[in-house]
Design a protein. Structure first.
Length: 459
């Protein structure tokens, strides 16, 4: 008869140490632990282990947070997305630096070629129609010859970044003609996730690797002449007078040509944020959080903002947790790049109204970004009058007053045309200012996370 104080009885040949080791092995193998009637058993330990396994299983199956990025062309959606990745997935962001270098080189090269072409085209004010160069830039003819290799650099980079085998096989004349047809306002390539594998592809594809190495060498050889061209007195004013001012990103890269055109150039975070890419169609971006809510997946649908593509937006309205709508406040004096007769300010408010009144997204939280406040301030400071383009504006011609007007107008439109009462979060931003954007994006992340939780509760 076993006495009470002898319990538990250890079977012959089995020690406490052996039993603990067996328990550990079962835990590692994820085998349910069945307590032996002849062993010490702590119900609390078993419950903790079960809860831990369930929590890990839920984390693996945790659904991604889905966000729809909407707004007119060139409003800053891609820059907004790059800021989000830089803040919450910095390792993945910096892993793509090699591919961004090629994009930045293409941006710089197209800007230089555009300037050379503009200076070689007589304006309407020139008396002689046969005059090729403006007399105030006597050095341009020499620079044109010395910078001629950049034509080949632009073509090579365009082909490599397209990741299009058919484009790689096109006759040079065809590719060159396609390159010439793009304006300086579209110094970009087609966006998407495929081109970001360029660095990896280059290591396995000797053709791409060789072309990229050659473009870097040619760009470095032309570096001094690029600097001389950009330092020509009166050049920037001349382009403005002709109605062909350079985009802010082009000005930035030209200002930093001495650094960017070096063969050993490595892009900075600021360089990548300013690199121009044109979204074609709908791009799906998957970002896995590396900081904060680690391992949580986010999916961003970056939708092309051109007027001809907006009919396709509705198919992406379903099953998203929030909509981020981005407007460029500095484009009030510009026309739509695809439809010159349409003012971009009018187009922005018209598009915002249609999104607000869409019944498919009546329950989805909206986050409105009134972007490019820095460029708005510069434009107004340089003497452009907002009231010349927006007739009902009668306030002071400064960034504070214009920004207040934008915010009031867009909020009133949302209140009037939204089918149901819902939350609207408005932010005034400069997308290339990483410090201020980090603060804004943290708020955005919290709003979207809360919206997602509410959606789950409603199911």
């Amino acid at each position: 008869m076993v006495k009470l104080n002898d319990w538990p009885h250890l079977p012959t040949g089995e020690t406490e140490e052996q039993r603990a080791r067996a328990k550990k092995i079962r835990c590692v193998a994820d085998i349910p632990i069945v307590p032996s009637p002849c062993s010490h058993h702590n119900p609390s330990d078993e419950i903790d282990e079960v809860l831990q396994r369930e929590r890990k299983a839920k984390e693996k199956k945790r659904p991604a947070r889905k966000v729809l990025l909407l707004g007119p062309s060139q409003s800053g959606k891609s820059t907004w997305l790059k800021n989000f990745q830089l803040l919450y997935a910095p390792k993945a962001f910096h892993a793509e630096i090699g591919a961004w270098r090629a994009v930045i080189h293409l941006n710089l090269t197209r800007a230089v070629n555009f300037i050379v072409d503009e200076l070689g085209t007589p304006s309407t004010s020139v008396v002689s129609p046969t005059q090729r160069l403006q007399p105030e830039f006597p050095n341009v003819e020499r620079l044109r010859i010395r910078l001629a290799p950049l034509r080949q650099v632009e073509i090579s980079l365009s082909k490599c970044l397209s990741v299009d085998r058919k484009a790689m096989r096109r006759p040079m004349s065809v590719v060159e003609e396609l390159s010439k047809s793009e304006s300086i306002n579209h110094i970009s390539i087609r966006g998407g996730a495929v081109w970001k594998g360029l660095t990896k592809k280059a290591s396995f594809n000797s053709t791409i690797s060789g072309e990229l190495q050659q473009t870097r060498s040619l760009l470095e050889a032309c570096r001094d002449d690029i600097i001389i061209l950009w330092s020509e007195p009166g050049l920037r004013e001349h382009l403005i007078e002709r109605g062909t001012p350079l985009p802010d990103s082009s000005v930035f890269f030209l200002d930093h040509a001495e650094r960017i055109a070096r063969k050993d150039y490595v892009p900075t975070d600021d360089d990548v944020l300013r690199a121009r890419l044109e979204t074609i169609g709908v791009e799906e971006h998957h970002i896995t959080m590396e900081v904060g809510d680690a391992k949580q997946d986010w999916i961003f649908y970056d939708v092309e903002g051109s007027r001809g593509q907006r009919a396709t937006w509705a198919s992406y309205f379903d099953d998203v947790h929030a909509i981020v709508f981005i407007v460029s406040m500095s484009d009030f004096d510009q026309s739509d790049p695809h439809e010159p007769q349409v003012n971009r300010f009018v187009d922005s408010i018209t598009l915002w109204r249609s999104v607000c009144q869409n019944k498919l997204i009546s329950n989805i939280p909206m986050l409105l970004f009134l972007n490019k406040v820095d460029l708005l301030h510069t434009k107004l400071e340089n003497g452009t009058y907002f009231a010349d383009y927006v007739q009902d504006f009668s306030q002071a011609n400064d960034a504070k007053s214009v920004t207040r007007y934008f915010k009031k107008l867009f909020m009133a439109t949302h209140e009037k045309y939204s089918r149901k009462e819902r939350s609207l979060h408005v932010h005034i931003t400069c997308a290339i200012d990483t410090k201020s954007m980090s603060l804004v994006l943290k708020q955005v992340k919290d709003v979207i996370t809360l919206a997602k939780l509410k959606n789950i509760d409603m199911l």
